[in-house]
Structures are given as structure tokens and as C-alpha cells.
Design a protein around this ligand. Structure first.
Ligand code: NDP
Length: 607
């Protein structure tokens, strides 16, 4: 293995060091890439459905209602923000269909000990101006965010007609009535004039496809379905049920980093099965007051969130109101946005970028050394890849946990992860680690929820299925929201749209846009449906400046960012100038051109 000369934090690395780093990163990638790529994972269905079941609502309670066959104005699949923005627009009947037993989305499902949001709460929590709520911590605990979702739902009367513990199984456009038939797994078949889908991007838990996983006789669950009945305690800790238990945790991503220090405090012994170490930066969580964030001024939350989005999108913002590690490292994370590439030619930019990246990674590796006392453990906890290859994480307790006698790090990189699970434990490198409890912090399937997964078939005009229509020429939308042949269907998500680290901001802007489309169609007595020409024009706009990022992801260590090492194909998958510019574009379009998607309600075969 190449030795990397040490560079102190923020110091520009020498040419020799950069070359040595390149070699080390290549070697580490090679060590980790698996031939089976994304196929290495096991879905949480069939005999593994137990891992995805709702631990917060009893099955009998959820099933206790009659199927619905009525008609509503708008059916919203999953999205609380879409519901709220529709209500603000005065849309009459809005029915949210939600797989969970309550509102909260990812914060409903994820309640593991230590759960916090690592994006600043004052920009992450939506609708603070509208609800008057001011978060109390810079980084809010998950429960505070879940309660805020409930607050938003109450404020906009979204409980009124919501269907919980219900999943939509098919959407079918009925040409004769000009409505969608919404079928669910509870036997509903109700009608809606409009359907808004907001099914989330990382919502279906996944397991590693480890041989023998079903044989384990101890207790086991996924972090997104935490079993407090077994562990005892709450998200704040106090897991007395684990005091005499040998606990194994698989996974050291953003979830593992938060949960491991909590387990270390409460469990008899914790084995951390690590495959790729995360970058773990300073978190510096602290209590905040309304004064700290200027919450005495009207529109303070809107202003703060816009400021944050500008900075992480590489746009001039004047001051940095949030000032944390995300805004500090924005240039490294969103390097592909043209706004960050403005200066110099490509070669100069790449060189400056690589040097800054190396300095940041050296700083993070030095942090491990400064905290972890056992040199071998410290070495194994060091991340060897470029900063944007994996999602950054933040903790001021994670590395300290490895200085405890009851925590053992088990490095599984050489065996591409855990080799085998047996009745009594986990096998890595021929050694069996006996366990009472095995917890999977192994993340979520990408693109397997909602419309794009194929699990929610959408039949538009003439019975055409959305994914079949897209099969040969790829997805076709206007702004990611609407598609020809699928009238009054509005999709939220990142496809042909824009994304950001502050995803709730993006979702809220999408909700504003979806509600504006519905309101305009209602006002005009029209259908929402783009022409093929409008779709073509949008695809051309996406392709014009599509970032050349394939080279970057192809050199990265595997993970869900690069399809487990396969790289990320170039192409017009998202708006290339970032979320802030995209929001401006949408606003202008709503003001000047929205009528282009409004079509007469009379049935037409093909547009
Ligand atoms: P991730 O997909 O990020 O991490 C999964 C972990 O499981 C990785 O460490 C992975 O290793 C490991 N793993 C998978 N298979 C095996 C195996 N066979 N053997 C050993 N280890 C294995 O999931 P998370 O739940 O941590 O995070 C998912 C996303 O959720 C985040 O990226 C983030 O977007 C969001 N999140 C946000 C938070 C917030 O505060 N805002 C908090 C938590 C999550 P490897 O890296 O080698 O594949």
C-alpha cells in the first residue's frame, strides 16, 4: 500500500502527495468493488418483509376501515408538503395516502437512538414561517422533526381525509370521467381529478444479501424500524434491554454514525461491522434561541433557507447565515455545478479542486488519529476516497466510542462485507462473532419506491403504462413534474428536476409548483398535460449543460452514489445549474408560460 506523506489540515498537498493519494484511492476502490454491484442487496419483502413492517402501528389497528370508492379533487401519494401547499391554494378535497401510520415520512420510520438531522434545523424544517415554530437546536432530534410534520398536518387540516397504513398499488386514468382511479392495498378504488406523487427517494430499507441471514436465531431488525420493545429506551438512549447483550451493527453510513455511540453507551458489547469508513466531520450541535436566528423578523426562515441554498449551489450570497461544515465544503460537494466551475479553464479548475479535496480529506483523517487511541483501529477508520464520493457525516461522539472497552471494530473490506450469518452470529475472515442481536444500518434501495420502481403501475391515456412509454427513449417530462399522455399527474422527486443537500427545501418548492399547476387548471377548467414539444424542449435544455461527471464517479469507492462502483452515467437526468437556479426558472415559468400545459378537458387521443 502506498504511504501518504502527512499534510497538516488545510495545507496545500504537494504533487508527490497527490500522486500517492491517487494510487491509494485507486487501490482502495479496487479492494471494495464487487462484481455483483447493486445485485448484492436483498429486498425487504417476502420472507424478509419483517424488516420493513411498521413497528409503530398494530396491524389490526391499520386494517380497521372500510375500502373507499368516492371521489376527491386531489390524491396525494405520500407528500405532506404537497397537501399543505394545495390547502394554501384553497383546493377543496385533498386526500393524502400514506404507507406509514402517521405523517413524518422518513422521520416517521427512522426513530433509532441518536437520530438527528445533520442539516441545520432552521433551514431543514419546512414551513417555519407559516407555523411560527422555531427549532431549539442547531441540528434537531428526529422526534422534533416528526412532531413538526404533525404540526404542519394539523395546521393545514391534512388529517381530515388522510389514509394511513395504506399503499397505492395502481393509478389508472379514466378517459370518460377525466379522473384517476386510485387503487390501494386496503381495497380502495377511489377517484381523483389530480394525482400528486411524492413517494420519496430513499424509503425502502435494504439488507445485504448475506448467505445465511435468515438462519440467525438472535434478535434482528433494520435501523429504520427500531425495536424499542426489545432494546428498551428511547431515541435519547437508556436501552436497558441491551445491558447484557452482544450487539452487532452492520453499516457505518450516516445512520450507523449516529446510532453506534448510543449503542456503545448502553449495550454489553458492540461489534461494528464496517466495510467502508465514512468521513466524520465536526458536528458542534448546540441549543439556539429565536434571537440567534433572527426569528423575530417576518420571513426569517424563508430568507435563511434561500441563503443556504444559494451557498450550496455555488451562487453569490453575501453572508453565510448557517455557517457550518456543509456550507464550508460546498465547493467540494457540488463541484459539478457550472456555478462552481466559473473560474479558469478545466485543467486549472480540476487541479485546484483536487488539491482542496486532498486537504479536506487529510483534515478528516487527522481527526481520526487525534481521537482514536488504538493505532490499528484508527487506521481502519480512515476514509480513503475523494470527499464527494460518499455522503459526508458529522459526529462529535463517533470516534470516541471506539476508545471504549465494550466496542470492537470489525473491518470487512477484504471480504467485501460480512461473509456469512449463522444461527449464533456473523462470520468475517473465517472468525465467528457470536451475537444476541444483529442490527442492519444498511440503508435504503435507490429508486425502488413509487412510480419509478415499477411497483406502482401508472396507466395513462389509452392504458399506456408510464414506464413502458419511457422504456425505449428514456423518461420524458416537463420540468420533471408532468408528462404527455398522463394528464393531471404531477410527480415530485429528483428526476429531470433539481436536488440539493437540503432536500426538504427542494420538496417544498416542488409542492408549491404542484399546487400552482392544480390551481391554474381548476381556474381554467383545464387539464394539466405538456405537449411532446414541451417535453423535447425541456430534455434539450437539460442536455445542453449536462455535467460530465462520469469520470468522477467511476473513480469513486462503491456506494449508492455511483451504483455500487459502476459509475453514474452522464445524461440529462437533472437540471444542471442547481436547485436555486431551477427554482427561479420555475417561478418565471409560472408567471409567464404556465398556460402551455393547460389543455382542454375534452378527451383527445394523442397530442
Ligand atoms: P447508507 O447506504 O449510507 O449506508 C449503508 C452502510 O451499510 C454502508 O456503510 C455500507 O458499506 C454498509 N453495508 C452494506 N452492505 C454491507 C455488507 N454486506 N457488509 C458490511 N457493511 C455493509 O445508509 P444510511 O442509512 O446510513 O444512510 C442513507 C441515507 O439516509 C444517507 O445517505 C442520507 O441521505 C440519509 N440520512 C440522513 C441523515 C441526516 O441526518 N440528514 C441521517 C441518516 C441518514 P459501504 O459503504 O461499503 O457500501
Amino acid at each position: 500500500m502506498t504511504t501518504i506523506p502527512h499534510t497538516a489540515s488545510h495545507q496545500a498537498p504537494s504533487r508527490e502527495e497527490l500522486e500517492a493519494l491517487r494510487q491509494r484511492y485507486r487501490a482502495e476502490r479496487k479492494r471494495r468493488v464487487r462484481p455483483d454491484g447493486v445485485a448484492q442487496y436483498q429486498a425487504t419483502d417476502a420472507e424478509f418483509g419483517y424488516y420493513a413492517a411498521d413497528p409503530y402501528v398494530a396491524e389490526t389497528e391499520a386494517a380497521d376501515r372500510e375500502p373507499l370508492h368516492d371521489t376527491v379533487d386531489v390524491a396525494v401519494v405520500g407528500g405532506i408538503l404537497a397537501g399543505a401547499r394545495l390547502r394554501q391554494r384553497g383546493v377543496g378535497s385533498v386526500r393524502i395516502v400514506e404507507t406509514g401510520g402517521d405523517f413524518g415520512g422518513t422521520w416517521y420510520w427512522n426513530r433509532y437512538p441518536g437520530i438527528h438531522c445533520d442539516i441545520e434545523s432552521h433551514v431543514y424544517l419546512p414551513m417555519l414561517d407559516e407555523t411560527g415554530y422555531v427549532p431549539e437546536w442547531k441540528y434537531a432530534p428526529g422526534e422534533e422533526i416528526r412532531r413538526h410534520a404533525v404540526r404542519v398536518a394539523r395546521r393545514f387540516d391534512l388529517y381530515e381525509d388522510a389514509l394511513f397504513s395504506t399503499s397505492v398499488t395502481a393509478l389508472t386514468w379514466d378517459e370518460t370521467t377525466g379522473t384517476w382511479v386510485v387503487a390501494t392495498d386496503r381495497g380502495d378504488a377511489f377517484r381523483a381529478t389530480y394525482v400528486v406523487t411524492a413517494t420519496g427517494t430513499l424509503s425502502t430499507p435494504k439488507l445485504p444479501g448475506i448467505p445465511g441471514i435468515e438462519a440467525f436465531k438472535g434478535h434482528t431488525f433494520h435501523t429504520s424500524r427500531w425495536d424499542y420493545a426489545y432494546t428498551g429506551g428511547t431515541p435519547d438512549g437508556g436501552m436497558t434491554g441491551l445491558a447484557d447483550k452482544r450487539v452487532g451493527v452492520v453499516g457505518t453510513g450516516a445512520t450507523g454514525i449516529q446510532v453506534i455511540p448510543m449503542l456503545a453507551q448502553d449495550a454489553g458489547h458492540v461489534h461494528v461491522f464496517q466495510r467502508t469508513p465514512s468521513t466524520v466531520d465536526v458536528r458542534a450541535n448546540r441549543r439556539t434561541t429565536a434571537r440567534d436566528v433572527g426569528a423575530d423578523r417576518e420571513g426569517w426562515a424563508h430568507e435563511r433557507r434561500e441563503n443556504y441554498l444559494r451557498i450550496v449551489s455555488g451562487e453569490p450570497a453575501g453572508q453565510d447565515l448557517v455557517a457550518d461544515r456543509w456550507t464550508e465544503s460546498a465547493g467540494l460537494l457540488e463541484k459539478l455545478l457550472p456555478s462552481f466551475r466559473r473560474q479558469g479553464d478545466r485543467e486549472t479548475f480540476e487541479a485546484a479542486y483536487e488539491a482542496a479535496d486532498a486537504a479536506k480529506m487529510n483534515e478528516l483523517r487527522a481527526r481520526v488519529e487525534q481521537t482514536v487511541t488504538d493505532p490499528d483501529t484508527a487506521e481502519r477508520l480512515k476514509p480513503w476516497y475523494r470527499y464527494a464520493c460518499k455522503r459526508p457525516t458529522f459526529s462529535d461522539q463517533y470516534y470516541d466510542a471506539f476508545n471504549r472497552d465494550n466496542v470492537t471494530l470489525v473491518d470487512t473490506a477484504d471480504t467485501h462485507g460480512i461473509e456469512r450469518v449463522t444461527e449464533h452470529g456473523v462470520v468475517v475472515g473465517g472468525t465467528t462473532y457470536e451475537l444476541d442481536c444483529l442490527i442492519f444500518a444498511t440503508g435504503f434501495s435507490v429508486g425502488t419506491s413509487g412510480v419509478l420502481s415499477g411497483k406502482l403501475p401508472v396507466h395513462g391515456r389509452g392504458g399506456t403504462q408510464l414506464l413502458h412509454a419511457w422504456a425505449s427513449r428514456g423518461p420524458r417530462t416537463l420540468h420533471g413534474f408532468t408528462s404527455n399522455g398522463f394528464p393531471n399527474l404531477i410527480q415530485m422527486g429528483s428526476l429531470q428536476n433539481a436536488s440539493s443537500v437540503n432536500f426538504t427545501h427542494v420538496l417544498d418548492e416542488q409542492a408549491v409548483h404542484a399546487a400552482a399547476l392544480v390551481a391554474a387548471a381548476e381556474a381554467e377548467g383545464a387539464l394539466v398535460e405538456p405537449s411532446r414539444e414541451a417535453e423535447d424542449a425541456w430534455l434539450a435544455a437539460l442536455a445542453e449543460d449536462a455535467p460530465d461527471h462520469e469520470w468522477f464517479h467511476a473513480e469513486c469507492t462503491p456506494g449508492y452514489y455511483n451504483r455500487e462502483g459502476r459509475g453514474r452515467p452522464n445524461g440529462p437526468t437533472a437540471y444542471p445549474h442547481g436547485a436555486h437556479a431551477f427554482h427561479r426558472l420555475l417561478k418565471r415559468w409560472r408567471e409567464d408560460s404556465m398556460t402551455e400545459v393547460l389543455q382542454p378537458r375534452t378527451p383527445t387521443k394523442d397530442r
